[in-house]
Design a binder for this molecule. Structure first.
Ligand SMILES: Cc1cc2nc3c(=O)[nH]c(=O)nc-3n(C[C@H](O)[C@H](O)[C@H](O)COP(=O)(O)OP(=O)(O)OC[C@H]3O[C@@H](n4cnc5c(N)ncnc54)[C@H](O)[C@@H]3O)c2cc1C
Length: 421
């Protein structure tokens, strides 16, 4: 073998480990290169330490719309749906369970189990590891039409490979060559920052409600589920989902009673007022709404808690309970976000194999590509599925090259800079 390894995988996260296992299972010699001191650290932080690794809905046709680029992901998700990923992990020894909303977790409820089975496979299948190796540049030497890659660190260490799978997650840095176009990165799947005055007293309160992103009366996205008030803004799964659609100037609107229409809620309040005749305003809300949310709404309407409930204008009250607005001042920071949107433009890669269209035997997987999905296991599913596909395809590309090389032996000499990552 003229190169150090047949396939170099840059990044030992979810996508890189899946790629390594699938490639070595097809008989290739694989090296995983990781800048950290060990592989798969980020997996341990996922799903609040439980690792929501996939979603059962991924076996339905509509599931591709959970991603920002359904057209690009559809072939890969169709060939590697939830059952295939369950089988991939079952073969490694992982037992899983599926919750009522289709979210898939390890049966142990511990992300450690997911990483353990991956690392056991990496070690028993003899995948080579190079930790503490931060790749800063990748060069390609074209000789007799066959590319070979040289991956180098800033300190001058290097490694050569016949094929490269880029699995660097959100860390892809500017590419200095135009070979691979990229899309600007922005943090998504995180809390939204809002004006803070209306949040007074609400930090830590959880409610189940419908939440929508609006510009005046136009609704851009809406979700239903648990929301968490923070002192800087709004958090919780519903808000994480909305962060994927955030545009400048938008407000977030909370509907605390989505199961009632405007008129039904107005009637309910009227009926309640008759039944609770003589109550003060603060008592009127007891048993109906979280006390601190009620206080925030009363402040907004400039009602005194101790005034008689009969003094409230029910029309105004019903309106704010169905449309409580918060002005959004910003999206999640990178540290708060689960995913970075953007990365390498999918237009430069085959949706079947994830191989670069302009650069043979160069693949990109997981979050390195401009693919992001909903919460609920969709992002890790993409990481596993894209890794497995690229691992297999890289082996096939090498097998084809080797059969050609029997007739055209080559050496690696001339190099052209491709990327600085
Ligand atoms: C707190 C949190 C919770 C999450 N929970 C979930 C969840 O429950 N379910 C879900 O589906 N998704 C979840 N996600 C998203 C999910 O973690 C990612 O989508 C997924 O990890 C992406 O996998 P990846 O392999 O592409 O990237 P990563 O997991 O980020 O792996 C990339 C690896 O490449 C290494 N690397 C980067 N640059 C270099 C370099 N130059 N040289 C060498 N190595 C390099 C990095 O150190 C890293 O180990 C969560 C994310 C966060 C932050």
């Amino acid at each position: 073998m003229a190169t150090d390894t047949q396939i170099a995988i840059v990044g030992g996260g979810a996508a890189g480990l899946a790629a390594a296992i699938s490639a070595v299972q097809r008989g290739c010699d694989v090296t995983v290169i990781e800048q950290a001191d060990r592989l798969g650290k980020r997996i341990l932080a996922t799903g609040n330490g439980r690792c929501n690794l996939s979603n059962a809905a991924l076996d339905t046709e509509k599931s591709v719309f959970a991603y920002n680029n359904p057209k690009f992901v559809q072939g890969i998700i169709a060939s590697l749906g939830f059952e295939d990923i369950r089988e991939f992990f079952a073969d490694l020894g992982l037992m899983v369970h599926v919750d009522a909303e289709g979210r898939v977790y390890p049966r142990s409820n511990s992300a450690n189990s997911v990483l353990d089975v991956l690392l056991n496979a990496i070690s028993s299948l003899r995948v080579r590891e190079r930790c503490n190796f931060a790749v800063k540049s990748i060069d390609v030497g074209l000789e007799d039409g066959f590319p070979a890659f040289r991956l180098s660190t800033l300190e001058g260490e290097s490694l050569t490979a016949d094929a490269v799978i880029l699995a660097t997650g959100p860390d892809v840095m500017p590419l200095i060559d135009a070979e691979l176009a990229r899309v600007w990165r922005e943090p998504v799947l995180g809390p939204l920052h809002t004006q803070t005055a209306p949040l007074k007293g609400l930090n830590g309160v959880r409610v189940r409600c419908a939440a929508s992103l609006r510009l005046e009366d136009e609704v851009f996205a809406s979700e239903y589920g648990e929301l968490l008030f923070r002192d800087y803004g709004l958090s919780g799964i519903v808000v994480f989902e909305l962060s994927r659609y955030l545009q400048p100037e938008q407000e977030i609107s909370l509907d605390y009673f989505p199961e009632y229409s405007d008129n039904e809620l107005r009637e309910l309040l009227d009926h309640r007022l008759q039944k609770l005749n003589g109550y003060s305003i603060n008592r009127f809300f007891d048993g109906m709404l979280h006390r601190r949310v009620a206080q925030a709404i009363l402040r907004n309407l400039s009602y005194s808690s101790y005034a008689p409930a009969q003094s409230m204008q029910l029309e105004r009250l019903a309106h704010i309970l169905k449309d409580h607005r918060f002005k959004v001042t910003g999206g999640p920071t990178q540290a708060q976000a689960q995913v970075m949107r953007g990365g390498l433009a999918t237009t430069g890669f085959s949706p079947q194999t994830l191989e670069s269209i302009r650069l043979p035997k160069f693949f990109a997987v997981g979050e390195a590509l401009d693919i992001d999905g909903r919460t609920g296991g969709y992002n890790l599913h993409w990481a596993w599925a894209s890794g497995i596909v690229a691992g297999r395809a890289a082996c096939e590309a090498i097998a084809q090259q080797d059969s050609c090389l029997l007739f055209h032996p080559r050496t690696v000499s001339r190099v052209t800079k491709v990327t600085d990552i």
